[in-house]
Design a protein around this ligand. Sequence first.
Ligand SMILES: Cc1cc2nc3c(=O)[nH]c(=O)nc-3n(C[C@H](O)[C@H](O)[C@H](O)COP(=O)(O)OP(=O)(O)OC[C@H]3O[C@@H](n4cnc5c(N)ncnc54)[C@H](O)[C@@H]3O)c2cc1C
Length: 414
Amino acid sequence: MIYDIIVIGGGPAGMTAAIKAKETAPSASVKLIDKNKKLGKKLYATGNGKCNIANTKLDLSCYSSANEFFPFQFVTTDSHNDVMDFFESLGVSSYDDNGYIYPASLQASTIVWALTDRLKILGIENSTSEEVLSIKQGKDGTYIVDTDKGGYRTTQVILAPGGAAAPKLGGSDRVYRLLDDLNVRFVKPHPALCKLKCHEYISDMSGVRAKAVVRLMCDGEEYDHERGEVQFASGYLSGIAVFNMSIQCIDLMETGKKPYIELELVPDISDDMLADRMRRFAEVNGRRRVEAMLNGIVNEKIAGYIIKSLGIKASEAAGLDAADITSICDMLKHMRFNIDGFGSYEDSQAASGGVDTLQLRADNLELAGHRGLYAAGEYVDVTGKCGGYNIMWAVISGMRAGESAGKRIKDDQN
Ligand SMILES: Cc1cc2nc3c(=O)[nH]c(=O)nc-3n(C[C@H](O)[C@H](O)[C@H](O)COP(=O)(O)OP(=O)(O)OC[C@H]3O[C@@H](n4cnc5c(N)ncnc54)[C@H](O)[C@@H]3O)c2cc1C
């Protein structure tokens, strides 16, 4: 048998693509293959079990790609509505938490069940615990999909196997070898949305969370900034704002640069007001410990770190001189951490890189020179920030590839 469409990967991109293909061409034979035992395994873990499916806010900083503007040919300021409408058509209402869109149940399982039930109702054949090993193209233009259980022929393939991140949930770096026979180019992948390793000794602050403006800096230039929560762990910085800087930070490291993260721990107090506050404290509470002076503003472990790293000798506030106060204020405003490493795929929420978008058609994600071969989701070199952007991309790109593959079958039938 020659299938009309084979979809590789049962994540949000692959399941959406299979559904849209079959809805567009109801008589088409569509098969979905996933190496996990169950479809949508990663989805259960998303958004802390709540599955953040989209976001109403969109600007250029929300997606990274070597081909900077490519994602915005698909994702627009209306895309969250398309994602919500799609899930509404599957019977799932949405909940908008200040722009972050979740299923109204706040349960990721709602999304998985809605997708898997629809696949079943549409009669889409799926095969789980089956890993695709390679894809080749025959002389007649059809594709040969080799798996660890055998092989299939098909006229079209939608590739949505995700990336290397989160291997326990289905991620694998083998996905980047699937197209070796077809000479498809990949942008080199690396962990993304992950913690960053810093050179400084920060173990004494382990477990502390602080609200700050987080800046990604390199050679004195600011590359990105975001206000949010930073978490200190032994040797690492993490938290959403740090995760969001990680893509660009690792890109800089890969080009031999030395990026650093700068924290502004008291963004709402000006430099002058901060120095005034310190001086007043020293006048009124001069006999109190220097740590106490800082602990009025930041966590006590951060206060201890500042005093230790600046080598402050005075134990009481009254003993601080003007230079001490200036350097303390400077550190509260520009606490610098030199980044010399990053988390592994095991603890990353995504992998950056993937299929080089310069080879993809900007209307349907079809690979140039390979009629009927599409890529979608995280497999493509498009990585979103935290906040629902990756699932939104997976669903939107899956829709587009699925609809296009379905339409091709319909057109060929007529
Ligand atoms: C802990 C965690 C939390 C996250 N939270 C969010 C969130 O709240 N919002 C958000 O937008 N994003 C979130 N993400 C990112 C998001 O989950 C992914 O970007 C998204 O799932 C990608 O969808 P996909 O369909 O492209 O790939 P995946 O979801 O990775 O699915 C790919 C599927 O392909 C299968 N596969 C791989 N290789 C093969 C092969 N050779 N043969 C057959 N099958 C194969 C895998 O088993 C997998 O099921 C989170 C990620 C993690 C790890």
